[in-house]
Design a protein around this ligand. Sequence first.
Ligand code: HCS
Length: 572
Amino acid sequence: MIRERIYKELLFLDGGMGTLLQEKGLNPGELPETWNLKNKEAVISIHRQYYEAGSDIVLTNTFGANALKFRDSEYRLQDIIQAAVENAKEARTLAGVDDGRHYIGLDMGPTGKLLKPMGYLGFEEAYEAFAEVVRCGVKAGADLIHIETMSDTYETKAAVLAAKEESDLPVFATLIFDEKGKLLTGGDVPSVVALLEGLGVDALGINCGLGPKQMMPILCEMRRWASVPIIVKPNAGLPKQRDGHTYYDVTPEEFADCMEEMVEEGACIIGGCCGTTPEHIRMMTNVCREKAIHVPEKKTDTIVSSYGQAAVLGDMPLIIGERINPTGKKRFKQALKEKDIDYILKEGIRQQEQGAHILDVNVGLPDIDEPAMMEEVITELQGITSLPLQIDTVDAKAMERAMRIYNGKPMVNSVSGKQESMDMVFPLVKKYGGVVIGLALDEGGIPETAEGRVEIAGKIIKEAEKYGIERKDIIIDVLTMTISSEPEGARIVLEALEKVRRRYGVKTVLGVSNISFGLPYRPAVNSTFYALAMQKGLTAGIINPGSEEMMKVYRSYLALMNFDKNCEAYIR
Ligand code: HCS
């Protein structure tokens, strides 16, 4: 019901809770959530006023109700959450809106601890803290889960995963951006949207930190990238100080007018955060009640992301650095065997400096514990680079582990047209989000003809659709084979590349230097083939960005095609 309604009509959230509790006497340092038990009349009265002001959804007083904040409390977390949901239910009854169209959102705020590598909290510890809240909230009868005031994509991912693994309820997630559209931990709007939509949230947006006016540009940016309904929940202006107290001074009238504009600009679920009161919500619902919503149109951008940036795979070809891979590299193999993580990290940094946009990560070697090594390398790499990563493995465990702990929407290398491979990879891509490379081979091997490869690509796309994986999240590799064993190899690949792009409208990727295995003068052959492939519309080349020849061709290509405006990168 909620999942359908958010695409059809404007829904109203409630306003501030913590700031109202403070006005009612909550002491500094006192956990607001304890009031669910020790001063429940106050909490019920606030919820009731919001329902009466027109809120369709009221959030439980559980913003900070998690094991990390309640470690030393005399109250049991389960009791607090149970009481919080019951208080909201009671308020709903008292307000006379027990009609199946007014909902209770289980509120989950941040744990208050920074996750590794910035802090000390492990990803799975954060996950478990949220999972416990979800289990209690579901048992108590919440209708949806609203994750809010998040300033870190990693913590948000832990919360969303917990919400989705421990419940079937709709999941909303809102984050706190600054005026430049950045999270405290560096993420921007496209990287946040890519991550959250990849994880399958039902609605996403912005809350707290800013007033309605300052949120407008962020809403517009979000509308550019998002495909799901957008939530906007501003504070009643920017916080101000008087006599040591924080206050907010946007009046209910001003707030309502701004929110009306927000709806016109694409907000679909609106409410207030700190400093907003039932009066703000009443004005807002009065002014906006009859307004139609503009759900963002479905986007087709192919995006991978890290904690801090998004890489958009589009017309301008991108570089995927191939150097974190033991194949054919003695020194790298040794580093893996000796767990010389520093060596591996240096390869990452070097490629970043050389101009890679995405880093491939392959740590597969016969005698090592690949899932453990993959986890370690991904964890360490995402602590030192903000480049998006490509998880490159055929080991199911390593793939799942890496996708789970990755702080972003990864590229996944790869799935093939073999049924077994698709059965293994697609559920992971659906669950964790990702852009997956589809290899044009199946049980019959690699077809000799371009048409044969194109058909396998079609099979992969069709199977992915069964899982609800969209075409934008599939990128096809028609498989470069060396011309030393397959003299027509380059022609076949180039033909297949163009056909796949035109027939299915999907993006393409190639391991470019495979073309010259066994040949002399490899850099010359590789870079020539690279230029030809880009001309046929290659979206991303998996190359060695340390190869001067390849980078010269790449930069020349960008200049020639006017992707490099005024040849700025070329001249440098
Ligand atoms: N729903 C919470 C958000 C705090 S940022 C509150 O207290 O209103």
